[in-house]
Design a protein around this ligand. Structure first.
Ligand SMILES: [Mn+2]
Length: 457
């Protein structure tokens, strides 16, 4: 079928113009390309789309994935990149337009964070500049696909990383909307993906979702083969039953049973949220967009964002390795949540706390435990020791925040009392302080949280 017959996205006149302008610059560019992107799933997805697009144009390129764009980094990029190079910033850059305007090189920014301004001498592609909500309707990776497919329609084959990135920024919650939805519809029309309405479980079979995935977490079942099999049999499903095999009635049945179990084990209302979700099956990846996104996520979590990029570009070895990482990541979480079932967080008057071995997992464990089975009358602090310091992540059910809890403030005040540092959001926050101050910190935190929740006392 000639490409003209394939569905495409339609854009506003101003966005079309900007895309054509950027495309013309790319097609006539002779030097190399320097790509700088964020290290999270959206950044990895965007960088992958950029790499594929640039490679198809026959241009040389180098890619850096970074956690942050500091002034020092910007200065180094500006001073060390030859002037005939094109520099592309993705998933970052929109907040630093003033500095980027001074670059002697040609600069493109494809980002979806609130832009500082449009800027001069810069090709600035940000959904916010074109009436698209960059927080909910377009991520850097999904927005980049508009440019890549304007340059060459073959780049539609990067729909997987483009969507996985948007999932990474949680733009699929409640189904993709607006710009993202238009992209999904065009891609479905091109036979690249399928939309499926499924029970809100992870993985591909019902059994795997119980065995391998910490979310949703079913007390007494998750991670346990015998219990999972028994539960499955009781519901009348086979071990091989795929979520996509279930008819509507079975989906509803599975949903009600799961929801009841979650309610019974004290899961918060937010954990039982959407019962049916839309998942996006990527034909060429043989997995859902959320699964690809998890692979990106586990790579960046372990500081292996280059592996994530290789995976996004279709490297089979990278895919194997990323799958292994992700499996280990999930196993660690499931194992630790199981331990927290047997040995729950220690309760004080107004807070509860537990220790874990890995600094990077304290927040994940506190968050999932809070959602699925911890005592929901207290916020939970997950702590891990590293280099003589305790790193703490605090999480709370939404109901406590509504009742006046502000964990960010509490962490900040308690940490400052013991010579540490802390802060964050009302619902999720963190702190770091010397190990020897643990008891004092916890006492302070307990007191502050108590005052926040019961100001009358
Ligand atoms: Mn992003």
């Amino acid at each position: 079928m000639p490409d003209g017959a394939q569905p495409n996205m339609t854009f506003s006149a101003s966005l079309s113009r900007r895309l054509e302008e950027a495309s013309a610059i790319l097609k006539s560019h002779k030097g190399d390309v320097r790509i700088i992107s964020h290290y999270d799933p959206d950044g990895i997805g965007a960088a992958a789309v950029a790499c594929r697009m640039v490679r198809r144009l026959g241009l040389g390129f180098r890619t850096t994935l970074s956690k942050k764009l500091t002034d020092e980094m910007l200065a180094e990029i500006r001073d060390k990149t030859p002037e005939d190079h094109l520099i592309i910033f993705t998933d970052m850059g929109s907040s630093m337009i003033t500095q980027l305007e001074d670059f002697p090189q040609r600069v493109m920014v494809i980002d979806h964070h609130q832009p500082e301004k449009e800027g001069e001498n810069i090709v600035h592609l940000n959904p916010h500049l074109f009436g698209i909500d960059g927080a909910r309707e377009a991520s850097a990776s999904s927005f980049f696909l508009a440019l890549a497919t304007t340059v060459a329609s073959e780049n539609w084959d990067m729909i997987g990383p483009a969507l996985a990135g948007a999932v990474g920024d949680r733009q699929n919650l409640g189904g993709f909307k607006g710009y993202n939805e238009d992209m999904v519809i065009a891609a479905a029309g091109r036979g690249l993906l399928k939309l499926e309405n499924l029970p809100n479980l992870k993985g591909q079979t019902v059994y795997d979702s119980f065995i391998d995935y910490p979310e949703p977490y079913f007390k007494g079942i998750t991670g346990r083969k015998r219990e999972s099999s028994r539960f499955l049999k009781w519901m009348g499903f086979e071990k091989e039953t795929k979520l996509s095999d279930l008819d509507d009635e079975k989906k509803r049945f599975l949903n009600s049973i799961c929801a009841l179990r979650l309610i019974r084990q004290n899961a918060t209302p937010e954990a039982t949220g959407d019962l049916i979700i839309t998942r996006y099956w990527l034909n060429s990846w043989n997995m859902y967009a959320d699964e690809l996104s998890s692979l990106f996520n586990s790579c960046s979590r372990q500081g292996e964002q280059t592996l994530g990029l290789a995976l996004a570009l279709g490297d089979a070895g990278a895919k194997e390795k990323a799958l292994e990482h992700e499996r280990a990541h999930r196993e660690f979480i499931v194992q630790n949540l199981r331990e927290l079932e047997t040995e729950p967080p220690k309760a004080m008057d107004h807070i509860q706390h537990f220790r874990t071995s890995e600094v990077n997992y304290a927040g994940v464990l506190a968050g999932l435990g809070t959602l699925y089975f911890f005592d929901s009358s207290r916020p939970t602090l997950g702590m891990a020791e590293k280099g003589g310091e305790l790193h703490l992540s605090a999480r709370a059910p939404r109901a406590l925040v509504k009742a006046g809890l502000n964990l960010g403030l509490a962490c900040k005040q308690a940490a400052e009392k013991v010579g540490g540092a802390g802060g964050g959001h009302d619902i999720a926050a963190g702190a770091t302080f010397p190990v020897k101050s643990e008891a004092k910190f916890l006492k302070e935190m307990d007191r502050i949280v108590g005052e926040q929740l019961h100001p009358e006392k």
